[in-house]
Write a protein that binds this ligand. Structure first.
Ligand code: ZN
Length: 315
């Protein structure tokens, strides 16, 4: 097992982007291993980026554990929080200025509107959905169910209709607004627009704006950029050419294509991995402690055991 990341011989740049909200499990191991394999096959560089934007759920012990577990698996990255590199910092909580610049660019170009809906407003407009699927709690898990990171219900458009060519809101116009403040900012989609892309693993994908997803949050009222915004801003800033991640993020990719276009960024290529499911057919969650890399390692399993074990894979 090589102890150093090989020097790149091509312009391929892949990334590993764990979120430190729990210990990594078998599903993460396989996705990250695939990212590493594809980088090696392409003679590229692999970048480690810690996605620790969720202030309540991110813990430094999980961030350290993720780096350690992935090293133990045999994955090697060239740039990252522990290595430095030309695009440092590689920790999202330290990259706020990058996200603010992207937010401001979207605002100036007319893609955003402020949303003052409270959680309660959205719940009543949407018929009281699962609380954890509301914006502001991406990837939350409650009632024993894992909500995908991008499971944001279609916004009913309450605040959208107050926007338009004529200024409706009192106060500064969008060209004068410098900071997001304590409201949500949403990206306005064109209803009915078809967003298509070819996934390098799963083939052609097709989503319809306004049907599969609605106006989505790019900046949260608690001062945190959304996953969608941070992800595209970082992938562009770090020169990522291919994104390898779980298939639960396919719909996020459709939103990110719209963000890339609005921001003037090139799209990377995408390779979405099928999700590993447990014996009950449920997607693995970070709370499946018995399937965490830590626990499996303590039970004596080797990296090869973990990467080749006969676990059922989602169809
Ligand atoms: Zn609203």
């Amino acid at each position: 097992m090589a102890s150093l990341a090989p020097a790149p011989t091509s312009g391929y740049r892949g990334r590993l982007a764990p979120s430190p909200t729990g210990y990594l499990h078998v599903g993460h191991a396989r996705t990250f291993w695939t990212a590493w394999q594809r980088t090696r096959e392409a003679g590229g560089a692999l970048i480690m980026r810690m996605e620790d934007l969720d202030p309540e759920r991110s813990k430094s012990i999980y961030a350290e554990a993720a780096l350690e577990d992935l090293r133990w698996l045999g994955i090697r990255w060239l740039e990252g929080p522990d290595k430095g590199g030309p695009f440092a910092p590689y920790v999202q909580s330290k990259r706020r200025s990058v996200y603010l610049a992207a937010w401001k660019r979207l605002l100036r170009r007319g893609y955003l509107y402020p949303c003052r809906c409270s959680r309660k407003d959205l719940e009543s407009a949407l018929g009281a959905p699962h609380e954890s699927s509301l914006p502001g709690s991406p990837g939350s898990q409650s009632n024993g169910k894992l909500e995908p990171l991008d499971d944001e219900p279609i916004y009913p458009g309450t605040c959208r209709r107050f926007q338009g060519n004529t200024p409706q809101l009192p106060g500064p116009t969008s060209s004068e607004i410098e900071t997001p403040g304590d409201i949500n900012w949403r990206f306005r989609v064109r209803d009915g627009e078809v967003v298509e892309f070819v996934d390098l693993n799963l083939g052609p994908q097709r989503f319809v704006a306004g049907v599969d997803f609605g106006d989505f949050v790019v900046w949260r009222r608690d001062g945190v950029p959304s996953y969608q915004l941070a992800c595209v801003a970082d992938d562009a800033a770090m020169g990522i050419t291919e994104v390898v991640r779980g298939a639960d993020l396919l719909k996020s990719t459709a939103r990110q294509i719209l963000l890339n276009r609005a921001l003037g960024y090139n799209n990377p290529a995408w390779f979405h991995c099928r999700l590993v499911v447990d014996h009950n057919g449920r997607r693995l969650a970070k709370r499946h402690d018995s399937l965490s890399l830590r626990a499996l390692r303590q039970r004596g399993l080797t990296p090869m055991n973990i990467l080749s074990a006969e676990l059922p894979v989602e169809a």
